[in-house]
Ligand binder design. Structure first.
Ligand SMILES: [Co+2]
Length: 444
């Protein structure tokens, strides 16, 4: 999920408008794991055999032992994904993310005893993070291989969200369940000139088209540890350079991140990488620009946007990354202005962590706030999540909560019409001994 740069801070940014030519091309991301339904079908076959056996009388006389249900634990994921990650990796042995050693003066941390001890104290935190990351990878890899033009955005969003809920083992339909584990924030499906924060509301009829560029941005959390990671899908090769530019820019940001790294300098490296690309679309060549008012951000428990921002253009921001921080490194490239504005219907909301007590007069606002507190806390949600909890006619109450400053709305953020935007994003843990790119997969 993207953070927006405050307008004041923008004045301090140095935005370069030079764009060098570069030739890069990319292949679409590979798919996920193989399907395996064999366990279920074997069980069914045995059951049918036992019931319908028309053998001789001798055999019939045999006392039939009560049949024990010997359902083996599933050992591989289904398609669509339905098997809990905790079943696929017993005893919380979740795969690690990509571990990257620190550079220069921080190099000694890898073997430092004190730092290793600190890392060991964090084993619960790491297990929760790695579980959430594995859910993200398995769901997104299914999306990458199954989503096709002609599907509705609602269908795609539900594929992601149902996958996440199944793999974490929390449907979120009972009070408080989605606070244990599940969606870390709604599944964004932003098309073309829209860069972020679009997801369908009820009744939305939008259908994915062959020539669309779709940003898929979703969060998975386990015990409030949110993995925030995003990728871009396109079905026409002509967008390859745009996607390559943004993927390279995000990887540059991930590479530069570390203890004591200054976020303004990271922004400079991201911008330089991004803007070394250009793209030709239908005979016109466009520079690829970093979207200067979108940023990465740190992540806190149950809070997607912490207090630190990671700009994606060069800036004077001297804020340092520190040991123990969690960052979402996300970059956005655009063939348009490189600047987004609020546009279209709002779907994303979140209760503010710093909301002060307000005496709400509207009873519908009061009861809706109760639903939000019990089901989402400060985790972002969208209107469809209220619908599936059986809430009706909540818009007046919701708008009143926004106006009272208790809930923040996150309208879609779009560049100029006719332009194309792309996004890639990873979550990284600034651990005491190493940097762990927790959401890294073999797709991106
Ligand atoms: Co984000």
């Amino acid at each position: 999920m993207a953070a927006q740069a405050p307008t004041e801070a923008l004045k301090e940014l140095h935005v370069s408008d030079t764009a060098k030519a570069a030739g890069a091309s990319g292949k679409p991301a590979p798919g996920g794991k193989d399907d395996d339904h064999s366990d279920d079908s074997e069980d069914e076959a045995e059951e049918n055999g036992a019931a319908g056996g028309g053998e001789g009388a001798a055999k019939k006389k045999k006392k039939r032992k009560p049949r024990k249900k010997k359902k083996k634990a599933p050992t591989s994921q289904t398609e669509p994904p339905t098997v809990m990650i905790s079943q696929l990796f017993p005893n919380k042995t979740y795969p690690k993310g990509e571990e990257v050693e620190y550079k220069d003066e921080n190099r000694a941390r890898v073997t430092n005893e004190e730092k290793r001890h600190l890392d060991n104290l964090n084993s619960e935190f790491l297990a929760d993070y790695r579980e959430a990351a594995e859910v993200h990878r398995q769901v997104r890899q299914y999306v990458q291989k199954s989503v096709k033009p002609g599907q509705s955005l609602t269908e795609i969003a539900e594929t992601v969200e149902n996958g996440v809920r199944a793999l974490t083992g929390h449907s979120g339909l009972t009070e408080g369940d989605s606070l244990v584990a599940g969606m870390g924030f709604p599944c964004g499906l932003s098309l073309n000139h829209c860069a972020a924060h679009y997801t369908p509301n009820a009744g939305n009829k939008m259908v994915l088209k062959q020539e669309d560029v779709m940003k898929v941005d979703f969060g998975v959390h386990v015990n409030g540890r949110i993995v925030d990671s995003a990728f871009t899908m396109a079905f026409d090769d002509k967008y390859n350079n745009l996607l390559e530019a943004v993927k390279a820019a995000t990887n540059a940001g991930v590479r530069e991140a570390g203890i004591d790294a200054r976020v303004g300098e990271i922004g400079g490296v991201i911008q330089e990488t991004m803007e070394s690309y250009e793209i030709e679309l239908d005979g016109t060549t466009y520079p690829i620009k970093s979207i200067r008012n979108l940023t990465g951000h740190n992540i806190l428990p149950y809070s997607i946007h912490g207090t630190k921002a990671v700009p994606i253009v060069k800036s004077n921001d001297q804020t340092k990354m520190e040991e123990g921080d969690v960052f979402a490194i996300e970059t956005f490239g655009s063939t348009g202005n490189g600047y987004v504005r609020d546009d279209m219907e709002t779907s994303h909301y979140a209760k503010r962590g710093d909301a002060s007590k307000v005496d709400l007069r509207l009873s519908s606002a009061k009861s809706l706030l109760n639903v939000i507190n019990k089901n989402f806390g400060t985790l972002p949600f969208c209107r469809r999540y209220l619908d599936r909890l059986g809430q009706e006619k909540y818009l007046l109450g919701l708008n009143s909560l926004v106006q009272s400053g208790i809930v923040e709305d996150y309208p879609p953020l779009c560049d100029k019409k006719g332009s194309y935007t792309a996004q890639f994003e990873h979550t990284i843990l600034i651990r005491p001994t190493v940097k762990e790119v927790i959401s890294r997969g073999d797709d991106y």
